[in-house]
Design a protein around this ligand. Structure first.
Ligand code: SF4
Ligand code: SF4
Length: 106
């Protein structure tokens, strides 16, 4: 299942996406996230899933645009730490940050 955390507004798409079919609950993304916005726990979308899965903390979902910005392509390391740490490649990000910061960080 594809879980999108974040929001879309007039300035762009600001999502962290986790493919829960690929996520094995290892927690490596949680360890490397500098803003501590990720967590591993019960799957709130698929209540029949028994294995833990990664998600973005509830209180952080409206702040993703700002918290993830320092990690984004053109505004820090590429790929972001969470994606680099995820061996099954379960985490991806929308392009809002790239479009927003490309002019000031080329
Ligand atoms: S690093 Fe990847 S596989 Fe491990 S918990 Fe995070 S999203 Fe899931
Ligand atoms: S982009 Fe950075 S702040 Fe955002 S979830 Fe990934 S590691 Fe955490």
């Amino acid at each position: 299942m594809i879980a999108n955390y974040g929001f879309k507004d007039g300035s762009g798409d600001w999502y962290v996406t986790i493919d829960t079919d690929k996520c094995n609950g290892c927690g490596k993304c949680v360890e490397v996230c500098p803003e501590k916005i990720l967590e591993v726990g019960p799957d709130e979308i698929d209540i029949f899933r028994e294995e833990p899965v990664a998600f973005v903390k509830h209180e952080e979902r409206k702040k993703i645009r700002y918290h993830c910005a320092p990690c984004k392509p053109g505004y820090g390391s590429e790929p972001p730490p969470c994606a680099a740490a995820c061996e099954p490649r379960a985490i991806s990000h929308s392009d809002g940050w790239k479009a927003c910061f490309k002019d000031s960080h080329q």
